[in-house]
Ligand binder design. Sequence first.
Ligand code: SAM
Length: 195
Amino acid sequence: MKGNKDDGKRKGGLQVSVLRIGYRPVRDDRMTTHAALVSRAFGAECIYMTEVDPSIKDTIDSVCTRWGRQEFRVKIVKSWKDLARRWKTENPSGKVVHLTMYGININEAIDQLKNESTILVVIGAEKVPREAFDIADFNIAIGNQPHSEVAALAVFLDRIFGGEELAKNFSDARLRIIPTPIGKKVSEVTPDNSG
Ligand code: SAM
């Protein structure tokens, strides 16, 4: 995997956090887990969630331990509105981007968004309350058709990071995939082969 950028941390670049609002116990567990996995793999710093099954956090922590990015955090918050307001106060120049099929098409907004330095991406689960639309600086559609918050988040992060996140190696990984056209190759990272 030499040749890939070896860095899970963003140094001075664009910082993206994700806020997952709404959660239907059991029914949304897989989607919530996948939203967290996509956040980690596609370069977000952390994901905030309201009251979820605590095993979701354990699953993600275990992925980070084995596959790297141990700095990635799943943060459980009591109130998504309080979190969004606090985030705005703490990041006065940051922008809240709510992903919704009712918003402005990403193709029209991406150039402007790429100039931002700190973004909180909001994704929903079930029907999203009106306040999410109001609290957002941008309501952005990944196409104006209904699909999924996991798909919307993946496309958004890929667009905003311009695909660079897909080329990263995480320096703290214990396991690393050796890309191969046939079969599976995974190596354990030791002090000798960590570079
Ligand atoms: N019907 C719900 C509503 O009224 O908001 C949407 C539910 S949808 C299954 C769950 C989430 O997926 C949405 O809150 C949004 O974040 C995301 N989503 C779905 N389609 C989208 C699209 N075309 N563009 C952006 N986000 C989308």
